[in-house]
Design a protein around this ligand. Sequence first.
Ligand code: UD1
Length: 363
Amino acid sequence: MSRSIIVTVVGARPQFVKAAPLCRALRRRFREVLVHTGQHYDAEMSAAFFDELAIPEPDYNLGIGSGSHGRMTGRMLEALEGVLRQVEPVMVVVLGDTNSTLAGALAAAKLGIPVAHVEAGLRSFDARMPEEINRRLTDHVSALLLCPTPTAVANLKAEGITRGVHRVGDVMMDAVLQNLERARRRVPGASRRALPEPRSYYLATLHRQENVDDADRLRSIMGALSELPHPTLMPLHPRTRKRLRGTGFHGRDAVTLRSPASYLEMLLLVRGARAVLTDSGGLQKEAFILGTPCVTLRETTEWVETVEAGANRLVGADARRIVRAVRAVERRPKRVRSGRLYGDGHAAERIAGLIDRFLRARR
Ligand code: UD1
């Protein structure tokens, strides 16, 4: 067994969820140094996830926080370079498609440290999305490309990337399987009572720049939510909270705005919803895995399998299309059957094994 140092870089909410199974698997084989860029810093966006998912305390918190894309990524790049020089890891692991992902990959690649990208190969083919830029660039400097789906492998091949590519399944599947039972047991007492009656509500989340930073799209989506046949519960991302203030929308009877949900609570909320309406990538998958129909408030998705399976409808921000899609779900309220499209719940172990093999081959 090798005790080489691996650095894992996280920074934003979806990465904490993925880091939970991954850190556990990596720490069985390596010494892991966990770096938090500080991109998400509010307690309910960050610390709550570390506590609830028992993610190890970060060894470094760079405290970068918000800013424009260039400033945020640039400051992360500089700070990460300092950490990597000090720690001298044999590999850097990055996850997903956030600014923290790109900064981690770039800092490592420039220092000649091989990069492993978890959730490699995903594409929306919408080059205006900051996430699409981040994932493309990250894939092109990565030595190990750990893909959740066959589609992701094919996307990489189309860009000429075939070396170091592995289909491993999805670490979010690992996270759901490891935590669903905990969620049932652990959201006891007060918070359990606070959960709405199953099938009495729609669950909505919204945070993408293209939706919330565009007042017309934001108004159109909020208008549609107010017209649905059942009430909507909407845990608010801080970005969305700020933007909604600008539009003067303060919630109506039909839409209950609330603070962000914890991961375990979110699993239960998704499972109990009549449908999920979202522009999040992760939530589309979680809805699918948990058997709840999804209406995606975007024109494109990286998770095409969910659409092909008839479990997810892409409707963008147009109010009429949103309402129509929810009515269609209501007419055929069958539960979604996800099977093993996103793996068997052992993606993290497979990733740790592949990293081990990669490092042994280099010695
Ligand atoms: C980021 C990711 C996105 C991911 C999402 C999950 C990028 C480019 N985007 O988007 O891919 O799906 O995280 O949540 O990396 N804010 C707070 N408190 C916090 C965090 C953010 O108030 O704890 C506010 C800040 O004003 C910030 C804004 O929310 O400017 C947006 O945060 P940011 O990290 O830029 O991107 P997200 O929209 O969260």
